[in-house]
Design a protein around this ligand. Structure first.
Ligand SMILES: Cc1cc2nc3c(=O)[nH]c(=O)nc-3n(C[C@H](O)[C@H](O)[C@H](O)COP(=O)(O)OP(=O)(O)OC[C@H]3O[C@@H](n4cnc5c(N)ncnc54)[C@H](O)[C@@H]3O)c2cc1C
Length: 215
């Protein structure tokens, strides 16, 4: 299905226009809205509801964003001169397709010579990592699959056994035995919205980013 087009009145004015509704654009729009600005978010891709997601990557029309071939899915593949880029398309941007892994950089990155002398980034960014973890519902992945064992074996062969650790992910797993049950929304805790047991925290994050806060 081609993207729905929402035509805003030409008389409406906005303080800010944010192009793209991915991780960056939606957080920027939310923070500006919280400060009281009127914000317009322009998104080229479509909005995905639960039934719109492809059940397999082979469902190219729902999976790939390639309008010339009438594919209005959520993943665009862009071939540049020296690099092939996979990136998201749709309301939510890359959060529609990403693997939910939410790692924090280690000291090695903060000590990179290109920027370590500009500011104490580790301290400056700390509260923002904490906010992102809270809003994305980051938790340690409790699952282990045969693929993890294969990766661990490869890491061991490379002498990197310590890298075999459970990942931090933005996924709501719920409690064992309560699969499929409705639970209170993680972000708007105490409010009326409810979400299905298997939803990812990213979707809650997007809902929070697009829902006006009740003072
Ligand atoms: C398959 C895959 C798996 C990934 N897994 C992880 C992971 O596990 N952990 C992790 O941290 N990162 C992961 N990433 C990377 C992560 O998704 C990106 O870093 C992140 O989405 C970038 O955010 P962004 O806001 O910069 O851009 P995006 O999230 O890509 O958002 C850009 C938005 O702008 C829209 N747009 C573009 N051009 C226009 C235009 N002209 N007009 C209107 N709208 C426009 C696009 O449709 C898109 O919605 C993954 C990425 C992919 C593709």
């Amino acid at each position: 299905m081609p993207p729905q087009r929402l035509v805003a009145s030409q008389d409406e004015t906005f303080d800010f226009v944010v192009i793209g509704s991915g991780f960056g654009g939606s957080v920027a729009a939310m923070r500006l809205t919280e400060k009281g600005y009127r914000v317009l978010v322009l998104e080229r891709g479509r909005r995905f509801d639960d039934p719109d997601f492809p059940r397999t990557n082979w469902d190219a029309r729902r999976y790939l964003w390639w309008p010339a071939l009438r594919c209005f899915g959520m993943l665009q593949i862009t071939l540049l001169k020296d690099v092939l880029v996979l990136h998201g398309s749709g309301v939510g941007g890359g959060s529609l397709v990403y693997a939910n892994v939410l790692m924090e950089p280690d000291d090695h990155l903060f000590e990179a010579p290109g920027w370590r002398d500009l500011a104490d980034w580790k301290t400056i960014l700390r509260p923002h990592y904490d906010a992102a973890r809270r809003m994305l519902g980051v938790t340690t992945n409790p699952c282990r699959w045969p693929a993890d064992d294969a990766l661990a074996a490869a890491a061991r062969d490379l002498g990197k056994y310590e890298s075999d650790q459970p990942t931090e992910v933005g996924v709501f797993f719920g409690k064992t035995g309560e699969e499929g049950r409705l639970v209170p929304d993680l972000i708007s805790a105490g409010k009326a919205r409810r979400a299905p047991g298997a939803f990812t925290a990213v979707r809650a994050w997007w809902a929070a980013a697009t829902t006006p806060r009740i003072p």
